[in-house]
Design a protein around this ligand. Structure first.
Ligand SMILES: Cc1cc2nc3c(=O)[nH]c(=O)nc-3n(C[C@H](O)[C@H](O)[C@H](O)COP(=O)(O)OP(=O)(O)OC[C@H]3O[C@@H](n4cnc5c(N)ncnc54)[C@H](O)[C@@H]3O)c2cc1C
Ligand code: FES
Length: 254
């Protein structure tokens, strides 16, 4: 059964979090919000563009009927998106894909790098004190959502590449000191690789969120094909939009 819909949504809050990072909250009709879970994404239609832009769901407020998205300007589409403000309406297709398999009873390491941090905030909101958030950024000016993870009840630590804030070095350097029963990771591929290795060394499950260029977002165009591994280790092609974007790291060649 189809669990997503494409409907006009009203932008009710638009904030700039860093030089090129924006935080949008939309009032959305119930079909877009009620089935949404952390790690899933939306396809935002921008007037004048044939292809929609995939953006992860950063926050879900089922009571108010709202979805939150935090995005970075990468090209023309996201630069145009950043120009919208409260009162504007955009058509959003959501919720799409498979999210993180949250077990609220498990102490879960949330490992985020750069613009890979926002999709993990929804996990922190559900895990509360069972979330250990290790967040990595280029420098102090790029740090976003630290207070939001704290407000969710997570234990939060931040690393920056240049040491201008928090731990000087890679975010995986912070995570090595923590005790956890599962790992959820979103960020650059080398970080996902390190997350998988860390989880393997502890004997705990690891789930990673992948990014791939997308067109339809619903498994119809085959545009987001990615090489995956079956349980017996044999390779096959899956689709990030439908089979993911969150995958068990054992399925992914990193
Ligand atoms: C599942 C998923 C979740 C994402 N979540 C977020 C998020 O929460 N925050 C965020 O800032 N970014 C996120 N991205 C990346 C975001 O989709 C791209 O930055 C955006 O599409 C770039 O569009 P553009 O027009 O600015 O860039 P352009 O390079 O001009 O885009 C040209 C075309 O390529 C596609 N494209 C370009 N880069 C990407 C990319 N990295 N991934 C997929 N399609 C791309 C665009 O959709 C467009 O069709 C996500 C991507 C995926 C696949
Ligand atoms: S984007 Fe069309 S199949 Fe994934």
């Amino acid at each position: 059964m189809k669990k997503y819909d494409s409907l006009p949504c009203g932008l009710i809050s638009a904030r700039q979090l860093a030089a090129d990072v924006f935080d949008f909250v939309f009032d959305c009709p119930p079909p877009l919000v009620q089935n949404a879970c952390p790690g899933q994404f939306a396809q935002v239609r921008l007037p004048g563009h044939t292809l929609r832009r995939p953006i992860s769901i950063c926050g879900i407020d089922k009571g108010r009927g709202q979805l939150r998205f935090v995005f970075q300007i990468r090209g023309q589409g996201t630069a145009e998106l950043a120009q919208y403000g409260p009162g504007d309406k955009l058509e959003i297709l959501a919720p799409l894909g498979k999210g993180f398999p949250i077990d609220k009873s498990k102490r879960t390491l949330l490992l985020g790098g750069g613009i890979g941090v926002p999709p993990l905030l929804g996990c922190a909101a559900e895990l509360g004190a069972n979330a250990i958030a290790c967040l990595g950024f280029r420098n102090k000016a790029a740090v976003v959502l630290e207070e939001d993870f704290q407000a969710a009840g997570a234990k939060v630590s931040v690393a920056t590449d240049d040491g201008s804030y928090g731990h000087h070095g890679l975010v995986t350097g912070l995570a090595g000191q923590e005790a956890f029963e599962a790992v959820f990771a979103c960020g650059p591929t080398p970080m996902l690789k390190a997350a998988k290795a860390l989880a393997q060394s502890r004997g705990v499950p690891c789930y990673v969120s992948l990014e791939e260029r997308m067109a339809c977002g619903i498994g119809a165009c085959l545009g987001c094909a990615t090489p995956l591994l079956q349980e017996d280790g044999s390779p096959y092609f899956g689709h990030v939009c439908k089979d993911g974007p969150v995958f068990d790291s054992s399925q992914v060649q990193l």
